[in-house]
Write a protein of this length. Structure first.
Length: 65
């Protein structure tokens, strides 16, 4: 069981690395279209990743315990 928890912990940490890579790869989301409620993609994509990062960080923290 302990080994399984260790694997889960490292998967959440890998998720944090993926998030870091996505946010740093600006050409991926450097566009205006598609708009969401009139907000350009560039802005709402970054705001969405704030929420995703908070959730993944919370799970990574819980996995550490």
């Amino acid at each position: 069981m302990n080994e399984r928890k260790s694997v889960a912990k490292w998967l959440w940490y890998a998720g944090l690395v993926v998030i870091y890579g996505v946010i740093l790869w600006v050409p991926f989301y450097n566009s205006v279209q598609p708009r969401l409620a009139g907000i350009p993609f560039f802005y709402w994509f970054q705001c969405a990743w704030i929420l995703v990062t908070a959730i993944v960080t919370a799970f990574a923290y819980k996995a550490r315990l």
